[in-house]
Design a protein around this ligand. Structure first.
Ligand code: 26A
Length: 344
């Protein structure tokens, strides 16, 4: 049975094992990938996993955007504060993911699909860019019935805050809406991340199903622009987009906040009902200290959520998000390794 006495955050997403390579220009070309993007692997791109294992030195790290965020939120929270829902296979990859969560203190509440391998993500690094090419595998076998299992149910009831990886909307909108409805009924905040440009671009209907329940939406500038285009906002001004998302339809009583990160440029915050956006400067990072940017956005989200759950202000939460994002780019993959002192 899961421990829920200290549980604060419950995240849901696609558990993936990241397979990272450096200097992957040739792979970008061969598989027609953009240097800084996240996509689902098409059938023509499925060869990339074998190619990188055979031709490169691969670093294996726990990934899955929302799972990374849960680990980073746990980093700033007291023990036992976070849990994660997702579907894995019955294999070695799943063991690695569970072990990473155990190490960081995230409770894994996995559905297990015995017939499908755990999902994996090829992370192709070129310079400071990362291209993510995902084979969802078992992750897309998540079924809504998993939410009714005793562990998931206990965690849903105990959690104070819910976070959905927008990537999950490619297959799991029914479960996402169920979680969002529970949040609304119990007056608990529900947050989600747009995750990648292709989510608002090709899954706008699914985004529109969960957005009315969201008290917090997090995305980066490319995702915000993709949303603006899909919603015919006729602007690429991040402040205007943040306010438009904040003021989109809502079924909850608390005003919605939208955070748009922009790499090393300032983060933009739009709040429902306000007439202009807030600007949060980002601490400078020496480009020479950047190892890879994989997971930086997830670390930002984790820092924000963790800090909000400590009852701090949104300004403090964004500051901690920036610090965790900055730490993450100094490590290989979506990892935080620095001592925890001075983070808050
Ligand atoms: C559905 N897709 C494409 C995905 C992902 C994903 N997580 C969930 N669903 N594609 C890449 N990722 C994860 O994003 C993290 C970096 O933000 C990778 O596993 C990587 O750890």
């Amino acid at each position: 049975m899961v421990q829920t006495s200290n549980l604060k955050l419950l995240a849901m997403g696609n558990p993936l094992l990241d397979m990272a390579i450096r200097d992957g220009e040739e792979m970008l070309k061969k598989y027609n990938l953009k240097p800084n993007d996240a996509v689902l692997a098409s059938s023509e791109q499925m060869g990339i996993y074998k190619d990188i294992v055979e031709g490169y030195q691969v670093t294996y790290v726990a990934g899955g955007a929302a799972q990374n965020t849960a680990r980073c939120a746990q980093y700033v929270l007291p023990e036992g504060s976070t849990a994660y829902l997702g579907c894995v296979g019955k294999d070695d990859l799943a063991q690695q993911l569970r072990a990473a969560n155990d190490r960081e203190g995230v409770e894994s509440i996995y559905q297990i699909d015995e017939n499908t391998p755990t999902g994996s993500c090829a992370v192709v690094i070129t310079g400071h860019n990362r291209s993510l090419c995902t084979n969802l595998g078992a992750a897309e076998k998540f079924s809504k019935s998993h939410l009714d299992t005793p562990d998931a149910k206990a965690a849903i009831e105990a959690a104070k805050f819910f976070y959905l990886g927008g990537f999950f909307l490619t297959h799991g909108v029914e479960s996402a809406v169920a979680l969002a409805k529970h949040a609304k009924e119990h007056n608990k905040p529900f947050a989600f991340n747009l995750s990648a440009p292709f989510i608002p671009q090709f899954f706008k209907a699914q985004v529109d199903e969960v957005l009315p329940y969201a008290q917090l939406v997090i995305c980066n500038e490319t995702e915000a622009e993709a949303y603006a285009e899909a919603a015919n906002l006729n602007t690429n001004d991040l402040g205007e987009i943040a306010l438009a998302i904040a003021n989109a339809q809502s079924v909850i009583s608390t005003p919605r906040t939208v955070l748009i990160t922009h790499g090393s440029k300032a983060t933009i915050r739009g709040v429902q009902g306000e007439s202009s956006a807030h600007v949060h400067e980002v601490p400078k990072i020496n480009p020479a200290d950047i190892v890879d940017t994989n997971g930086a956005g997830d670390a930002f989200a984790g820092g924000v959520l963790g800090t909000l759950l400590l009852n701090k202000s949104i300004e403090q939460a964004v500051d901690v998000g920036h610090r965790l994002g900055g730490m993450c780019v100094g490590e290989v993959g979506p990892v935080l390794k620095f001592p925890k002192e001075n983070v808050l």
